[in-house]
Write a protein that binds this ligand. Sequence first.
Ligand code: SAH
Length: 362
Amino acid sequence: MTTTESVLPPFLALSREELISWLKEQGEPAYRARQIWSWIHQQRAASFDDMSNLPKQLRDKLKASFTLFQTEVLKHQKARDNTEKLLLRLRDGEEIECVLMRETSRRTICISTQVGCAMGCTFCASGLLGLNRNLTKAEILEQIYRLDRLLKTDERLTNIVVMGIGEPLANLKELLPALATVHAEEGMNLGVRRVTISTVGLPGKIEELAETGLSYNLAISLHAPNDALRTEIVPVNKNIGIDKLLAAADTYFERTGRRVSYEYILLGSINDRPVHAEQLTTLLRHRNAHVNLIPMNDVAELPFHSPSAPRTQEFAEMLSDAGINVTVRKRKGADIDAACGQLRLNEQKQKSVGSQIVTLKS
Ligand code: SAH
């Protein structure tokens, strides 16, 4: 990348309408927008030069006016189960991660929405260093397109989970336009029902999402069945409370008709006892809900660990025996630090040469 290129605006920030008006300004016909969009969103072009049905002079103008990809791939890891992970460096030097997972015919990607996270969940690697900033629409889209370009010619992206670094509902302003591009018929034409947004559970924002009328799958990181414990491990709960959160989830279900999923990370000896399964059952029994149990991914700096597999199974059975819909999340890409925030944290650690990281342990 040359210096002039690196200061050009990102192409992915443009909406279709903005592209059409840019083309107009250049004296180009509007149908070029369809061709360019097809190259980017469907034909996996790696550069403007790939766009072989555009006149060379238009390709040159595009090159002189925009950068197609503004991030740099710092690391590309492949796990034994074919999970792939990218560590991307943004223009301002910040780093984010995104993941591609392969499971039977599903090709699911997991994307980030912020650099770091302000929520401070005690078991999560992403929030250990706090929040630096929101990602832009272009940076969110770029993760999607970079991962899509890792697929083989006959593979298609089938699902997006917004479960990477950051709190998606704290950045709806950039996330929703990015997803709108993905849903567009001339974009990737991937339906809203193929997208799952995972949130720590911000009631006002859940209602705002419901208001959009888009039926995204909503996954709420509940993680504890009573307020005292939830506030301990998910500190933002202090000002929210489980009742208010579940009420917002009910509104979401009423407006969208989508069953809400509740994520519940299993932390050995903390929230994995029979009494917790009972309390969780009481909360969810009369709701159209699904519980996704997540075995804790170890984070070196943190004292929590997943319970044993049999104990996890017992917890799941207690819920299902009580009539709750429950699954245990499969671990993907364990050998490449694929859980959210781990790779970035490890990178930051190496950079900080030990000074900052000591404080993480306290
Ligand atoms: N901020 C959003 C989305 C990002 S995290 C949210 O809270 O939902 C995606 C999911 O991974 C959340 O359920 C989160 O609690 C969980 N998670 C965080 N750290 C984890 C870890 N070390 N092991 C397993 N799951 C983790």
